[in-house]
Design a protein around this ligand. Structure first.
Ligand SMILES: NC(=O)c1ccc[n+]([C@@H]2O[C@H](COP(=O)([O-])OP(=O)(O)OC[C@H]3O[C@@H](n4cnc5c(N)ncnc54)[C@H](OP(=O)(O)O)[C@@H]3O)[C@@H](O)[C@H]2O)c1
Length: 240
């Protein structure tokens, strides 16, 4: 196995947004429950061993834009680090330059207690790697200046034995993996709500330097009505 099966699972508004005031509606709350059940409940449809999140998503939900407490001059051995006791499920945090201010080596979400796996590039300072080691946070290095996403997935398959991985947002990380042909399936729970904001991120967003607006196409696998008027859409990604 060269890389795990990758599915992108997202809760979206009717206008394709992944954040915003539409989330305050009861209609979105019902869709959110369906979203969690599909990937995180007692009997999930997808049985993934980890989920990938972009740096902004992690800052929004877990590290809250704290600065990491780095010790000046601290050093760390070269290469990856697997902390003792860490294991699946993994919270796979894309953090190329080592910015996230973690305080503990795990996250609790959707009933799962997941070990944090930081995904760094060679750009991440040694003091940041030492900070992670001190907290017992595992990390892999994937890429020199830029994230090497194929290398990351290869490491997840070969070193951590992950067979199925969820691509869990935000829009920037989703689109960069999709554009590189590194996502096999898209699963959207569409809430019957919208807010029309121009300021909020979409399910797929170009970021200069990481991706462009070359189209990707999809084959419909299933469209399933859910409680409260939501729809669960599953698409296979058509690779070029
Ligand atoms: N509705 C849902 O289901 C759902 C799910 C997840 C998240 N969200 C929301 O989505 C929002 C964030 O989305 P977002 O699109 O703005 O940000 P994002 O994808 O969470 O994070 C983007 C950042 O991640 C790093 N990154 C991602 N892909 C990379 C790549 N291929 N190469 C190098 N670095 C990469 C970069 O970090 P650096 O800037 O450090 O270089 C980039 O700026 C949050 O508000 C979150 O709550 C919603």
């Amino acid at each position: 196995m060269e890389r795990p099966y990758v599915f992108c699972h997202m809760l979206v508004s009717l206008d394709g947004k992944i954040m915003g005031r539409y989330m305050e509606t009861p209609e979105c709350a019902a869709a959110g429950e369906a979203f969690d059940r599909i990937a995180f409940g007692d009997a999930p449809y997808y049985r993934h061993q980890g989920w990938i999140s972009g740096r902004v998503t992690t800052d929004d939900n877990f590290t809250l834009y704290r600065k990491p407490a780095l010790e000046e001059g601290a050093s760390a051995p070269e290469g990856d680090f697997l902390a003792e006791g860490a294991g699946a499920p993994w919270y796979i945090s894309i953090d190329p330059s080592g910015r996230l201010g973690w305080m503990e080596p795990f996250v609790d979400y959707g009933g799962l207690h997941a070990s944090v796996l930081e995904v760094l590039t060679e750009r991440a300072p040694m003091a940041y790697r030492a900070f992670l080691r001190k907290l017992g946070i595992s990390y892999v290095i994937a890429g020199k200046d830029h994230l090497d996403a194929p290398l990351l997935l290869k490491k997840l398959a070969k070193e951590l034995r992950l067979e199925t991985v969820m691509l869990g947002g935000g829009g920037v990380v989703n689109w960069s993996f999709l554009r590189q042909g590194l996502c096999d399936e898209v699963s959207l729970v569409v809430a019957p709500a919208a807010d029309g904001s121009r300021e909020t991120p979409s399910v797929f967003d170009v970021k200069e330097g990481l991706s462009d607006d070359t189209p990707v196409t999809f084959e419909l696998l299933e469209a399933k009505p859910m409680e409260g008027g939501a729809v669960w859409l599953r698409y296979r990604v058509k690779h070029a």
